[in-house]
Design a binder for this molecule. Structure first.
Ligand SMILES: Cc1ncc(COP(=O)(O)O)c(C=O)c1O
Length: 460
């Protein structure tokens, strides 16, 4: 056992011997150091050698207000000193009450009830459980299935994994929770030939695929549809015009709940507190996590409409679900301090004012032969890489392995940019910088991507 980490050598040894990194091939560090991030300030983080990196992914779509915010750290410390912990099982505490009221104020429509969790997976899990119990209490006990989109990521716990649309991360854990049904996503760049070139028709088709799935499964068996405002996995698929309006209509027609999974898209990522606000639709449930605290402490949750709460608000009915650390006093205090910064610094305004510039800066990369599509919204972008821009031919799995795992991820990091090279759909580089960023950060992102993507193309 290693007891002291005062030397970099010791930390490396212990990282390799004792720590298990998430979604990481541990063998990839056999011959190289595990990167150790020790400190953050604004849009930058620093490693154990003092090297600086632009945090182009906000950690993991989390650090909206940037790193090193003293006032958030202090709010957490004050709360820990006053009341470090008490559960939300039968009791409340002031910060959970205050945050719930503040979120209800910010959320669209009748989303007035907040059920806290500690993570996004738990938020998704909670939303599915609520949908099931709600329908059992309201005379439709057969409704348990959930519809979600191809390649979409909704978390890793067993329920959330059944909603996730990524076959590779599901197979090892089968059999999964029954009831997960998949429909096409809104990747317009890869739209079927008969819809290519007409985004509105593509959106109509993709929404109608949800209706077809409901009819195929039997409407009396479908509880909910889980959709992100902009789908992350696959590299940022924004909704085509009219898509959510049509989905809302379909859900209403068949009595199915619309869950907006905003674990990434809420809290300013798209320039609004909630992504559903940006696209003008009213969800029955919003799931959130990540940006609610900017990562200064873990917190997630779901917001539900008064109508969904109704069967639980009288008599003996109880939502039979709970999590020890959900709505933790320190996390809720931190979330309130985080939202204070959003207001004080008008971070939503900053994203709205700068998003066109962010897009335009990334679109400069279109002159590179490897850049096929630049897509996204707000401060949330994916850049799809292709072998042939004209035919949109993608890479073989061997090329993708060599390009992404063998070169890109490490090269981008070595060049000073934290972002994500991902091939869970077609190969993409994903970007989601802190909401405090401006043109100088966009330029730095573009400069590094240009150099590294040029080198990647030369190596193919
Ligand atoms: C849309 C969405 N839902 C759920 C999750 C799961 O969140 P967590 O990792 O906090 O469990 C994620 C995580 O990235 C996500 O992007």
């Amino acid at each position: 056992m290693t007891s002291s980490l005062d030397g970099i050598g010791n930390a490396q040894e212990a990282a390799k011997r004792n720590l298990w990194l998430h979604f990481t091939r541990m063998s990839s560090y056999e011959d190289s150091d595990v990167p150790v991030i020790v400190r953050g300030s604004g849009a930058y983080v620093f490693d154990q050698h003092g090297r600086r990196y632009l945090d182009g992914l906000s950690g993991l779509f989390v650090t909206q207000v940037g790193h090193g915010r003293q006032e958030i750290a202090e709010a957490g410390a004050r709360q820990a000193a006053e009341l470090a912990y008490f559960p939300l099982w039968s009791y409340a505490h002031p910060k959970a009450i205050e945050l719930a009221a503040r979120l209800a104020e910010l959320a669209p429509g009748e989303l007035n009830r907040v059920f806290f969790t500690t993570s996004g997976s738990e938020a998704v899990e909670s939303a599915w459980k609520l949908a099931k119990q709600y329908f059992k209490l309201t005379g439709e006990p057969g409704r348990y299935k959930v519809i979600s989109r191809d390649i979409a990521y909704h978390g890793t716990s067993m329920g959330a994994l059944a909603i996730t649309g990524l076959a590779d991360i599901k197979h090892p854990f089968e059999p999964l929770v029954p009831g997960g049904v998949r429909v096409p996503n809104t990747n317009f760049y890869r739209a079927p030939d008969f819809l290519a070139g007409d985004e509105a028709m593509f959106g109509q088709w993709a929404a109608d695929e949800i209706e077809r799935a409901i009819l195929r499964e039997g409407p009396e068996s479908v509880a909910a549809v889980f959709l992100e405002p902009v789908q992350n996995s696959g590299g940022c698929f924004p909704p085509p015009p009219g898509y959510f309006e049509r989905v809302r209509d379909i859900c209403d027609r068949y009595g199915v709940l619309l869950v907006s999974d905003e674990v990434i898209c809420a809290f300013g990522r798209l320039g609004y507190y909630f992504g559903s606000e940006r696209y003008g639709y009213q969800p029955d449930i919003i799931t959130f996590a990540k940006g609610v605290t900017s990562g200064y402490a873990p917190l997630g949750g779901m917001m539900v409409t008064d109508k969904l709460m109704e069967p639980f608000s009288s008599g003996t009915a109880t939502f039979l679900h709970g999590i020890t650390f959900a709505g933790h006093p320190v996390s809720t205090a931190v979330a309130l301090a985080n939202l204070d910064i959003f207001e004080k610094e008008d971070l939503l305004g900053n994203v709205r004012a700068n998003e066109a510039a962010f897009r335009a800066t990334l679109e400069k990369l279109y002159d590179l032969p490897i850049v096929g599509d630049v897509r996204g919204a707000g401060y949330f972008y994916g850049i799809e890489m292709v072998k042939d821009k004209v035919t949109r031919e993608t890479f073989t799995s061997e090329e993708s392995e060599r390009l992404l795992r063998g070169f890109l991820s490490q090269a981008l990091f070595d060049a000073g940019l934290v972002c994500r090279a991902d091939d869970r759909g077609d190969p993409v580089v994903q970007l989601a910088p802190p909401l405090i960023c401006g043109q100088e950060h966009f330029d730095e992102i573009e400069r590094i991507l240009r150099a590294v993507l040029t080198e990647a193309w030369a190596r193919l």
